[in-house]
Write a protein that binds this ligand. Sequence first.
Ligand SMILES: [Zn+2]
Length: 437
Amino acid sequence: MDLAERLLEEVAARRDEVAALTRDLIRIPTLNPPGRYYREICEFLSDRLSPRGFACELLRAEGALGDSDRYPRWNLVARREGDEAGPCVHFNSHIDVVEVGQGWTVDPFEGLIRDGRVYGRGACDMKGGLAASVVAAEVFVDLVPGFAGAIEISGTADEETGGYGGVAFLAEKGYFAPERVQHVIIPEPLNKDRICLGHRGVWWAEVETHGRIGHGSMPFLGDSAIRHMGAVLTEMEERFYPALAEKRTDMPVVPEGAKQSTLNINSIHGGQDELPADFTGFPAPVVADSCRMIIDRRFLIEENLAEVKAEFTHMLEGVKARRPGFSYDINDMHEVIPTMTDRDAPVVTAVSRAIGTVLDKDPVYVVSPGTYDQKHIDRIGRMKNCIAYGPGILDLAHQPDEWVGIDDMVQSAQVMALALLDLLSTEKNVATGRSPK
Ligand SMILES: [Zn+2]
């Protein structure tokens, strides 16, 4: 049996361990917001990986967005050096999970194992992926102790709320610098046969239309900011949305509907604040002097951010030119540049070959409609050789009764172990790889 076959066999033999580790991770309820038990889960991972030769660092993102003494943003970076110099393969998983929500039929933090699945909040997104990468790395280190290079496993905070106290913080500190890390795999639940190359871009902004307050019985003496915003909405429906739908991308974005530019109106608010729930009276009759809309524009790699902004402003200027009394402000809130790793990047080809061996098929290349931590690795870390690859069905993420399939985790872990062999082996260690105990 060659070394690749032995790796596959040994990962399969640790099936129960993959499930148990996922269960144990689910039992640490790392809810975000507010960001609970980050330190506990980092210590749990450190206690597991330290005896296996990983140097473990716990790092608090002190002062980062979201960090406080009550809810400190802890992160773990575990690094195992091989015997010889070589590249570093880094597995990055976020440790946070979203709120539980309604509709569960199982305990969200018990980690119930039933019918080949592990259930719980974060099972799919992404404690199952974290467990798969940990077991893959452990098997690889056991069977190929003389490998060339290094393996890193990080558990990072706050991905669900932007990643500023997690991957962004580590990237700022140089943890994803090209001289330290050469290949990054993020085991998000994209499914065991799909390689996610990147994501679309994001621009959030707040648009405000202005009016003049007046008595509601004589609205002609005021000027309604809500009607001005209505004119903007009409323009968007009639011309702006159809124009966005024309912009198609060559990025392999899934689902199909996200292969075009999109814009969501996240919220709109005009006029008086909503009355408090315990107030029993009526609102006062006034003309709205302000209306605010928050937009969430997702853009394609073929577009650039400056054009995206200019196009929206141009639309507003068009309304202004036609509509007496119309004035507006627009304020940027948040932006993320699209990113897409090349299909012939080394981490892509290694994982692709491994999928071929384990699943006997070609991978499906996809791009995510929304962003994830790859944005920080690309922009701050300047690291382009990065993908998301991991077990689980994305549609189950954030849902009640979230689960991950144990077979899927095992097969993903096999793919990860073979990718490690591909990226970190030398002729010599392949020839002398030890048998499992
Ligand atoms: Zn996730």
